[in-house]
Structures are given as structure tokens and as C-alpha cells.
Write a protein of this length. Structure first.
Length: 406
């Protein structure tokens, strides 16, 4: 029963995280699109910046934007902040349940850096806070006066951060640490910059004072940053389920390419929302960058060259591979895991007998042969030659040289 409670706790937190993320991303995309589609109109109030007519769900909407604020405050205001807060709270809760709760498996790789679980968690939390402080400092520096130079500096900062994390955490841990770090920067933009700025504007209006336009300009800049960072964050969330993406030697380089890819895709839609000719070239750039990412994924994989003379026959290779998987993987991937802190087998995958191993031959290839994802943190060592053997075994099965049921 305890196992089920733990599993459902993780599932519910993950569900809430996805729901909150959809709400936040949806509102972010909508308001950026709305802001870019505004058009001037003679009938608008003097304080208004522009308007947009929209139709949805059988109704027509007339959206009017005030560059600073209206002369008179409306009786009711809808604040868009809880979506961001809910996403971060559920995200850090999920990080705690999955990664901090089993740091020895998911965050630490003794081959990279010999640290304790407490040290890994503290480094992770400190890295999140320090990263926000450095990013905020860049925005407030003279670079912040130029959106282009600030974007380039921010890109270099995130790439260096990803590379730095790869020298501290396991491949999986470093990848997810970047996701949490970027997500925190986005939420902190809302919590520390956008909402306080809007609050000061409302307070000034209620006091009969003229609001400072810098608050709106600063909030718009941070909101635009969030808009461009959204796609890379989603990629990290999804990429964490694909070992060939995060568990390669060049995962930080793949993330760098994803940051650029996300930017050019958002540039396409943002330009289109302005009513300008869509820059179709962005999709060609995105495709080329995706090709580079695939190449890096392949180049960063373990050496798959296998000495065919190592085993006398396909049957010998078949049996040796199955024995290797059971010997190295069954302590965690068992009906009753032996590894401390694991209430149930990761992903519900069992590798305790021959039938289990054959059922998951393809998954074993991606997790332990085409990447360094398994064993997590190298807690149970697998040599590159053994990974190459597993790759040869999987290819042998796919080519029908050995019966899956044999």
C-alpha cells in the first residue's frame, strides 16, 4: 500500500505541474500574440496604446491595451500570476520527490564528481538561486538597454551554466537542473519584476499619481524573455524521457541548439502575430539545428564497436547479454527493489529474468547501450565494451538472428 501511495503522490504532483504549466504557457503565448497584434484606432482613449478585435467561442472581443495604465482604475483587475506560481511550486515538489529524494541515483555520478546526497541537493538549490541573481544582474546592467545584446549574453550564460552542471551532476541530474533553473528564472521574472511593477502602477493610480513607465517597460522585457524560454523548458521536460538526448557527452551542446531553435520558432510566430510577412526561413534554420542536435546525440553516445570474436556464436552473445542485464540491473528493476529509497521499480520495468529482459530489449539499448543513462550515476559500473555488446545483441535480435522467445 505504501508503494502505491508513493507512486500516486508523484503522479498527482506531475499532473498538477502539467496543468499549471499549460495554463501559464497558454496565457504567456496569448498575451504576447495579443500585444504584437494591437492596432491603433481613432476611437481609442488618449492613454490607449492599441486594440485588437478577436472572435472565439461564438463571441466577439475588443481588447484595448494601455501603455502605462488608464486614467481611472477599473473596479476589477484579473492578475495573471497564479499559473506561474503553481507551475514552480509543483515543479520543485516533483524535483524533490524524484531527484532530491533519490539523489544517489538521479543526481550523482561518482565518475564525474564524488559528492554526497546532501551536497548534491544543496548545490542544486544554491545553483538555482545564484543563477537567478546573475541573470537579474545582466538584465539590470547596461546590457539590459539592448534586447539583442542582452539576449546574446543570456544565451552564453545558459550554455556555460549547462556545461558547468555537466561537470557536477549526473547526465540526468544536470539536464533536469537546467530545466528547473530556467523555469525558476521565468517564475522569478513574474514574482520579482512583473507583478511588483504592476502593483506599483496600481498603487500610484489609486493615489492619484502618474505611474512610472519603467515598470511597464521592464515587465514587458522580462515577459518577452519568458516567451522565448518557454519552448526550451518544454523540451527539457520531454527530453528527460529520452536517454539519447540527456545522457550523452554533448547534452549541454544539444541544449544550446534547442535554445536557438526555440528562439527562431518563437520569432516566426511573433513576427506573424505582428501582421508582417512570416519569416519562413526560420523553419529551415530549425530543421538544420535539429540535424546538428541529432548528430551531437550520436557523437556523444558510448563507443558501439563490438569485437565479434568475443563470443563464439549468436546464442553465446544472446545468453551473455541477458546475464549481464540481470546481474547489473535487477537490484533496482525488481518486483521488490533491493536499492535503498526505491519503493518500486523505476518506470515499472522489471529485469529479473530472461523473459523480462527480452521484453525490454529495445529500452535496454537506448538506456544502457546508446547512452549512459543506465545504470544511473554509474552506481553499478558497466564498461563501454559491455555497452557495445548490448548494442550488438539488440541489433542481432532485430535482424532475427536470435529468436526473441529463445
Amino acid at each position: 500500500m505504501v508503494d502505491y501511495l508513493w507512486m500516486w503522490s508523484e503522479l498527482i504532483v506531475r499532473w498538477v505541474h502539467v496543468i499549471a504549466g499549460i495554463a501559464w504557457i497558454g496565457s504567456s503565448f496569448y498575451f504576447i500574440a495579443l500585444d504584437l497584434s494591437l492596432k491603433p484606432g481613432k476611437e481609442l482613449p488618449d492613454e490607449a496604446h492599441g486594440q485588437a478585435w478577436q472572435v472565439h467561442g461564438g463571441g466577439f472581443y475588443n481588447m484595448v491595451k494601455y501603455l502605462v495604465a488608464p486614467a481611472k482604475m477599473p473596479d476589477e483587475l484579473t492578475w495573471f500570476k497564479w499559473e506561474a506560481y503553481g507551475t514552480w511550486i509543483s515543479g520543485i515538489a516533483l524535483m524533490s520527490l524524484v531527484y532530491y529524494g533519490a539523489a544517489s541515483l538521479y543526481m550523482i555520478d561518482l565518475e564525474i564528481l564524488d559528492i554526497t546526497e546532501i551536497q548534491a541537493v544543496m548545490i542544486s538549490l544554491a545553483g538555482i538561486v545564484i543563477s537567478w541573481a546573475l541573470y537579474d544582474g545582466l538584465c539590470r546592467s547596461p546590457l539590459g538597454k539592448s534586447d539583442l545584446w542582452l539576449a546574446l549574453a543570456g544565451f552564453v550564460f545558459l550554455v556555460l551554466l549547462a556545461f558547468g552542471y555537466s561537470l557536477i551532476f549526473s547526465a540526468r541530474g544536470a539536464f533536469m537542473q537546467m530545466g528547473v533553473t530556467i523555469g525558476t528564472i521565468m517564475v522569478a521574472n513574474v514574482l520579482m519584476i512583473i507583478i511588483p511593477g504592476q502593483t506599483r502602477v496600481v498603487t500610484a493610480l489609486k493615489a492619484g499619481k502618474t505611474p512610472d513607465p519603467r515598470h511597464g517597460a521592464r515587465g514587458k522585457q522580462r515577459s518577452l524573455h519568458n516567451n522565448y524560454l518557454t519552448l526550451p523548458v518544454i523540451f527539457v521536460m520531454i527530453g528527460g524521457h529520452y536517454p539519447a538526448v540527456f545522457a550523452t557527452d554533448y547534452a549541454w551542446g544539444i541544449l544550446a541548439l534547442v535554445l536557438i531553435t526555440g528562439a527562431v520558432i518563437r520569432h516566426f510566430f511573433n513576427t506573424k502575430h505582428k501582421g508582417l510577412a512570416p519569416p519562413w526561413w526560420t523553419w529551415l534554420v530549425a530543421a538544420i539545428l535539429a540535424g546538428f542536435a541529432i548528430s551531437l546525440s550520436h557523437l556523444g553516445a558510448p563507443n558501439m564497436e563490438y569485437d565479434k570474436t568475443a563470443h563464439a556464436s549468436p546464442t553465446a552473445l544472446h545468453n551473455a547479454s541477458i546475464e549481464l542485464v540481470i546481474e547489473r540491473c535487477s537490484s533496482c528493476h525488481a518486483r521488490e527493489p533491493l536499492w535503498d529509497g526505491l519503493a518500486f521499480a523505476p518506470k515499472g520495468v522489471y529485469l529479473e529474468n530472461k523473459s523480462d529482459v527480452l521484453r525490454h530489449a529495445n529500452d535496454i539499448f537506448w538506456q544502457a547501450a546508446a547512452s549512459h543513462a543506465m545504470p544511473p550515476g554509474q552506481v553499478i559500473w558497466i564498461e563501454d565494451e559491455e555497452r557495445a555488446m548490448l548494442a550488438a545483441w539488440r541489433n542481432m535480435i532485430n535482424h532475427g538472428l536470435v529468436d526473441r522467445d529463445s
